[in-house]
Design a protein around this ligand. Structure first.
Ligand code: PLP
Length: 372
């Protein structure tokens, strides 16, 4: 029973998923937990605290503000900042965030900033573009990178990493193998060149795998892996989903039930036209909560008393209407939008999207309740 729309966060499921993923790794492979986008919508504070207790080695966030919020929540674990920007340099420094240096100009600006502040040995990570073509250095940048590393004491290069573009898609194995080969080539060239100039140069860690990389490419775990979605219970493949437990469960109460006669409509712009007597339940969540309009028009469904109720008509800003003609239910009963049995992945698929988008799009006004 819920009295308002609630996203339950099951920390026991998080523990389970962490252990499942951890068990896939070599003992000395580090675990970086990706908790960008408010821990994929799962409340970053409690999730981070639980992961710290479990012994996670690193956190990863997208933007500086996300790192700042973790520091404000008393999280002391090292934080890799995936998308640093010069506008946030001061914030990065104040919060001891470790930037991913993805271009030579960014690397130069970060060095200038640190040197101006007389800072030495600041931990950084170098990102290589192995085929995603999003962010990252290229092989042509190697000479400049080496010159920059040689010319400054400001940086301590902790890792060289890259990001896979299709690790969830086994049809794309050749592409992924090529990414792995490109990455290894770049890494080797960098380390050999640096060691030739400076025998003291310490080998930086290597990391490449996101969740699907961990599950599908065990040969590429290297020194660290970066898991996001798997921690939250989704493995991008039914075979892997079975091992994991969804951490979030979204539920809403039925506010009202209407009996609609043939010829009457439901929702804005007559989005649904009844052709037979239809029973309609109204639930308090809509497109402003991240349940996009695409879920309407019988694309998506919810579960009431374990029976499927289609979302009919157009999704409103704050409300959806579902067809409960065949379901014995009343106002006050609970509708499951997704839970461990009916996963967010399945609902996402009905709208041609993925669990990531559905989970991270859930708005702040949905109440979060932590289940310990
Ligand atoms: C978001 C992100 C991850 C996590 O990916 P999952 O598929 O959620 O495990 C890892 N690495 C980088 C660079 C990312 O941007």
């Amino acid at each position: 029973m819920v009295t308002e729309t609630t996203l339950f966060i099951d920390l026991e499921a998080l523990v389970h998923n962490y252990r499942v993923l951890r068990q896939k790794l070599h003992n000395d492979t580090k675990f970086l937990a990706v908790i960008k986008a408010a821990a994929y919508g799962h409340t970053p504070g409690p999730v981070a605290k639980k992961l710290v207790a479990l012994g996670v080695d690193y956190f990863g966030v997208a933007y500086a503000l996300e790192g700042q919020e973790l520091r404000a929540a008393q999280v002391d674990t090292p934080i890799l900042l995936l998308h640093p920007m010069p506008a946030h340099f001061e914030q990065i420094l104040q919060n001891k965030l470790e930037p991913s240096l993805y271009s030579v100009p960014l690397m130069r600006q970060w060095i200038d900033f640190l040197e101006y502040k007389n800072i030495v040995d600041y931990p950084v990570h170098l990102k290589f573009n192995s085929g995603l073509n999003r962010l990252g250095m290229s092989t042509q940048d190697l000479d400049q990178i080496i010159t920059l590393l040689q010319s400054t004491k400001a940086l301590k290069l902790l890792s060289v990493f890259s990001h896979l573009g299709a690790s969830d898609d086994l049809q794309a194995e050749e592409f992924t193998q090529n990414q792995i080969a490109q990455y290894e080539h770049f890494y080797k060239a960098l380390v050999e060149n640096m060691q030739a100039k400076n025998p003291e140069f310490q080998r930086p860690w290597q990391h490449l795998c996101n969740t699907s990389g961990v599950l599908n490419y065990p040969q590429a775990h290297y020194d660290m892996v970066r898991c996001g979605i798997g921690l939250y219970g989704y493995g991008n493949d039914p075979k892997h989903d079975k091992l994991l437990k969804p951490v979030a469960q979204l539920k809403a109460p039925i506010l009202q039930i209407h009996h609609v006669a043939p010829g009457q409509s439901v929702g804005y712009n007559h989005g649904f036209m009844a052709t037979q007597p239809t029973v309609v339940a109204s639930l308090p969540l809509g497109h402003a909560d991240g349940l996009h309009r695409i879920f309407g028009q019988q694309n998506g469904c919810v579960w009431i008393n374990n029976q499927r109720a289609e979302i009919i008509g157009n999704v409103c800003m704050d409300m959806i209407m579902v067809d409960v003609t065949q379901i014995d239910c009343q106002a006050g009963d609970t509708a499951v939008i997704f839970d461990s049995e009916h996963g967010a992945q399945d609902l996402a698929q009905t709208a041609g999207t993925i669990s990531y988008e559905l989970l991270t799009g859930l708005s702040k006004r949905i109440k979060r309740e932590i289940v310990f």
